[in-house]
Design a protein around this ligand. Structure first.
Ligand code: PEP
Ligand code: MN
Length: 351
């Protein structure tokens, strides 16, 4: 991305939806006043889960955004889902576009947006799809890059799941981390508003994203959050946003401080050593499992024995607790080891 957009951290804020001219102007003015916001966002076309909810003003709202930009100097960004949205946003001098989570799931829509952007030089951010499918997210990025968009960035807004969880959209942090690995240097912005779905967790989710080396934040802000026409529970006032941003501890990926580098190198060497030992032990564990597989085969015994498996897990939970390992980690780790072990024994049984 160009210098201006490459700023770290890049802070994008504004209401979920542009509701009225007054609301847009007052939001922009108050956001500009706090002096920490780089880009003004507003939803103009709102993809809503159910019909009958506020779906955005469409083209009526775009002049309000342009007026807010002229008044405050803040560049603007809107969500686009169709070629027409792109065309209208460009007409009203929107500076940056984003593709929403419900659009990223649909390759036809992403391609339509991409085609409308051929020959246009502007930053385009693409949100993760609502389902945890990194190929769809990557596919969206590639569609934008293929039409010549040089300034593509990603927004992590969490993933849908069934039932009530503490998050509106589960962050599944390992997924954006994998995207960072796939696209080194591509800006990755976190959208804590849509991850949390409420105000109380915004601070901790924002901090977590900074700790994971994200490049910026997109946070919804409203002049009167409780009265917002969409996403009321997760929006905060511009002033509250300032407090929140001030409380965050901004970290860097690296430093040139020699003392830190030496300490880190030593610890990393120790980690490599422990990892090697763990790998050797896992190899040995599978060899033992192979032997058991042979005995089971000779005696016609099933691979899976539920009682034995429960015993192993109980022992692991007890030991893990003493060592400060969470039950969640132990479960995941043992599931993986168990699957590998079954795989080994399966091979032996059927050889
Ligand atoms: C939004 O940013 O207001 C929005 C609709 O987000 P998402 O696409 O992440 O649901
Ligand atoms: Mn929203």
């Amino acid at each position: 991305m160009q210098e201006k957009w490459n700023k770290r951290p890049l802070i994008i804020s504004g209401p979920c939806s542009a509701e009225t001219q007054e609301q847009m102007i007052e939001t922009a003015t108050r956001l500009a006043k706090i002096g920490k916001v780089d880009v003004l966002r507003a939803g103009i076309w709102k993809p809503r889960t159910k019909p009958g909810m506020f779906e955005g003003h469409g083209i009526t709202g775009l002049p309000w955004l342009l007026e807010a930009k002229k008044l405050t100097g803040l560049p603007t960004t809107v969500e686009v889902a169709t070629a027409k949205h792109v065309e209208e946003a460009l007409k009203f001098e929107v500076d940056m576009l984003w593709v929403g989570a419900r659009t990223t799931v649909n390759p036809f829509s992403v391609q339509e947006v991409a085609n409308a952007l051929r020959g246009v030089d502007m930053p385009v951010l693409i949100k993760n799809p609502i389902n945890p499918d990194l190929e769809l997210w990557s596919g969206g990025i590639e569609r934008l890059q293929q039409v010549g968009i040089m300034q593509v960035g990603m927004i992590h807004r969490g993933f849908s799941s069934y039932g009530n969880t503490e998050f509106r959209n589960a962050p599944m942090w390992h997924l954006p981390i994998e995207m960072k690995r796939r696209y080194p240097g591509m800006p990755l912005i976190c959208d804590p508003s849509h991850i949390c779905g409420n105000r109380s967790m915004l601070q901790s989710v924002s901090q977590k994203s900074i700790d994971l080396d994200f490049d910026g934040l997109m946070l919804e802000s409203h002049i009167d959050p409780d009265k917002a026409w969409s996403d009321a529970k997760q929006q905060i006032t511009p002033e509250r946003l300032l407090d929140m941003l001030n409380e965050l501890v901004w970290r860097h990926e690296s430093t040139t401080r020699q003392e830190f580098i030496t300490a880190l190198t030593t610890l990393r060497e120790q980690i490599n050593q422990v990892d090697d030992e763990l790998m050797t032990l896992l190899g040995q564990r599978m060899k033992l499992s192979d032997k058991i597989g042979e005995y089971k085969k000779d005696n016609n015994i099933t691979i899976l024995q539920t009682n034995r498996w429960n015993d192993i897990l109980d022992r692991a939970f007890q030991k893990g607790e003493m060592l400060g390992l969470t039950k969640e980690f132990i479960t995941k780790y043992y599931d993986a080891v168990h699957l590998e072990s079954i795989h080994h024994q399966n091979k032996i049984m059927n050889s």
